[in-house]
Design a protein around this ligand. Structure first.
Ligand SMILES: *[C@@H]1O[C@H](CO)[C@@H](O)[C@H](O)[C@H]1NC(C)=O
Ligand SMILES: *[C@@H]1O[C@H](CO)[C@@H](O)[C@H](O)[C@H]1NC(C)=O
Ligand SMILES: *[C@@H]1O[C@H](CO)[C@@H](O)[C@H](O)[C@H]1NC(C)=O
Ligand SMILES: *[C@@H]1O[C@H](CO)[C@@H](O)[C@H](O)[C@H]1NC(C)=O
Ligand SMILES: [Ca+2]
Ligand SMILES: [Ca+2]
Ligand SMILES: [Ca+2]
Ligand SMILES: [Ca+2]
Length: 598
């Protein structure tokens, strides 16, 4: 479960008339480049030729004419002349065909005689410019057999009980993509880096202890809450495989650092330091914490924390931008919503929620319009949790089967992003978000309100754009063309000096974004849409805010919360949504504010 941050007291704004003040901000891209999904598949002839003899040939047309049909006919004729069968074109290689022995002749006793005959025909034939007998290539499949005792229980990596209900990472590892060259930092209550599943991958260069102000983020023993949280998250990302100990991390070839900041009073300035600490070494910041999930808190990064997030995406990782992964929160039981959590709501963060082993939204999970995607974690008591490293500072075993909450989901996402950055280190922070949007997969859950937006992306407030899939993420990363520079458009401040009526007739605020506005800003396609509001209202939790993009796509940016009876309304709070991702920016935006009467 995420740790609470130190709460900053709300200022006591006087109850006055009820002005509503809001400002619409769009962030998006200048141009949407054509995008091709990375399909990895086999076409043309398969393995059928390898049971008998087979040859690859290049066929040329005599007149230099290269029409596929005439090439195909020549390959047929050639096959016949050689006593073979044309098994079809080889993949996408024009003029290349695979010729195989006919089915009945495969066990022919005089293999050598047949081989010589065919060779003679192919060598003489005027249509053949090249030929080569196909022999079996010796390739050792690097399939992964780990001796870690808890690896078989890591269903989120390789689910044998319900195939498909995992992050689909084993094929990525088999291709030697394990996060090599990438450093992930866990910003938390420390990382026990001496433990055998962490030590070989530990990065002291990326680490720091802001609670004690020293370079070593070793957690301090604490009987009450354990301070095991950061170590568990670190193990999910980079636990060492095949060391006969505990478990395996998603990106076990990456380096793992720790920033200890949650074990003591936390200030805005400490948070700002943490978000940019060693930001040319640390590529990905994994943050499994946030404001209280009590269903009545509205809080997030303050001035300095916000500035550090923005500075991180501009200057971190040699200018490609630090990747901030945040957990969406565990306030599900309290009807909490991650749009009241400024870390999740921030456009600079990758906001990750949880689904359980059965692919359902767990009881603790929060929903929100700024949710980017989900990945696996524990659920109710009957369902398995996440197996990972644990501290053994006092009498622990260094291994746990009980890590859960969105805290356990965010590090899995951080690990998957490390795999992407190994294959494409120069992806920008926005490329990473785009690739997640493009590759996350929708799946059925009766609680999910999937809607396909005008750009063709399906989003639900519960699951974002869907489930992260390591195989799809890495393949898309390989062929991704970086998105152009960030463009943004900010409307003027709109003041509506109107009361928000109880129930039936909501307050509506419209804002038209014209072609001229967009030409001035250079913005074409939406990514994030953010609305900053100041609303005075005697009971904040009674308010509901819906934002409609020009396409009509609705985002529930502010949900009513029965427990939130704060009398001060919203003061300059920014709500954001990713649901209009990829849509055109021009047109009318409509904010609908309603009092649901709690
Ligand atoms: C793991 O270690 C065993 C020896 O304990 C070895 O046989 C095996 O190949 C190793 N697996 C991997 C994937 O390196
Ligand atoms: C999972 O990965 C394998 C490669 O290991 C790939 O063939 C398969 O299509 C992937 N499944 C999904 C659902 O993406
Ligand atoms: C895997 O990658 C690492 C570093 O990128 C390299 O040193 C190693 O030789 C690779 N192994 C294989 C089997 O390709
Ligand atoms: C916005 O545009 C619509 C039609 O395009 C028009 O009816 C409406 O009056 C405009 N609203 C504002 C506030 O300019
Ligand atoms: Ca220390
Ligand atoms: Ca291990
Ligand atoms: Ca929350
Ligand atoms: Ca976010």
């Amino acid at each position: 479960m995420p740790k609470g941050r130190q709460k900053v007291p709300h200022s006591d704004a006087p109850l006055g008339p009820r002005p509503t003040c809001l400002c619409l901000e769009l962030a998006g891209l200048f141009l949407l480049l054509p995008w091709v999904m990375g399909l990895v598949g086999a076409g043309g002839p398969g393995a059928q030729g390898l049971e008998g003899l087979s040859w690859a040939v290049r066929v040329d047309s005599p007149e230099g004419e290269r029409e596929e049909q005439s090439l195909e006919q020549r390959a047929d004729a050639l096959a016949q002349a050689a006593g073979l069968v044309n098994a079809g074109r080889i993949g996408e290689l024009q003029g290349h065909y695979l010729l195989v022995q006919p089915a009945g002749h495969r066990q022919a006793p005089q293999v050598e005689a047949v081989r010589q005959q065919v060779e003679a025909v192919l060598a003489r034939h005027e249509a053949v410019s090249w030929h080569s007998e196909q022999r079996l290539l010796k390739r050792t499949k690097r399939s992964v057999h780990f001796n870690d005792p808890k690896y078989p229980q890591q269903w989120h990596l390789n689910n044998r009980r319900s195939p498909g209900r995992d992050i689909n990472v084993t094929g990525v590892w088999e291709r030697n993509v394990t996060g090599q060259g990438v450093t992930v930092v866990v910003v938390d209550d420390g990382v026990e880096h001496t433990i055998q599943d962490i030590a070989p991958n530990y990065s002291p260069e990326g680490s720091y202890d802001l609670n004690s102000n020293d370079p070593d983020p070793m957690p301090h023993p604490d009987v009450e809450n354990g301070n095991h949280h950061g170590t568990r998250c670190a193990g999910e990302i980079a636990a060492v495989p095949n060391n006969s100990f505990c478990a395996v991390g998603v990106a076990y070839g990456s380096r793992i650092a720790g920033i200890r900041v949650l074990d003591g009073p936390l200030t805005d300035s400490m948070e700002a330091v943490a978000f940019n600490k060693h930001y040319q070494i640390n590529d990905i910041y994994s943050c499994s914490w946030g404001p209280d999930d009590d269903g009545k808190t509205v809080d997030g990064p303050h001035q300095l924390g916000k500035a550090a997030l923005q500075h991180g995406v501009i200057a971190g990782r040699q200018g490609f931008g630090s990747i901030f992964v945040v957990a969406s929160g565990n306030g599900g039981q309290h009807n909490d919503n991650c749009n009241y959590d400024g870390y999740a709501n921030s456009i600079y963060t990758v906001t990750i929620g949880a689904v359980d082993e059965e692919g359902r939204m767990p009881f603790y999970a929060e929903e929100c319009a700024s949710m980017l995607a989900v990945t696996f974690s524990g659920g109710d008591k009957m369902l398995r949790s996440i197996v990972t490293t644990d501290w053994d500072l006092q009498k622990g075993t260094g291994c746990t089967e009980g890590h859960t909450g969105t805290s356990a989901a965010a590090p899995l996402a951080a690990g998957m992003i490390a795999l992407m950055l190994q294959v494409r280190p120069c992806l920008t922070w926005r490329d990473v978000q785009h690739i997640i949007v493009f590759t996350a997969t929708q799946y059925e859950d009766r609680r999910a309100d999937w809607i396909t937006n005008e750009a063709g992306f399906s989003h639900s407030h519960q699951h974002g754009f869907g489930l992260l899939n390591a195989w799809r993420l890495v393949n898309a990363a390989k062929i991704w063309t970086s998105v152009p520079y960030l463009a943004s458009y900010v409307s003027p401040v709109l003041k509506e000096n109107k009361a928000i009526p109880l129930s039936a007739r909501p307050l509506e605020v419209l804002w038209n974004v014209s072609r001229m506005d967009l030409e001035m800003s250079g913005l074409k396609t939406l990514e994030h849409v953010a609305v900053t509001v100041s609303i005075t209202h005697p009971r904040r939790g009674s308010l509901e805010l819906k934002l409609f993009c020009p396409s009509g796509m609705m985002s529930l940016i502010g949900t009513p919360r029965s427990l939130d009876s704060d009398p001060n309304g919203f003061n300059d709070w920014t709500f954001s949504t990713v649901r209009c991702w990829g849509e055109r920016a021009k047109g009318t935006y409509r904010l609908v504010v309603r009092d649901v009467g709690y």
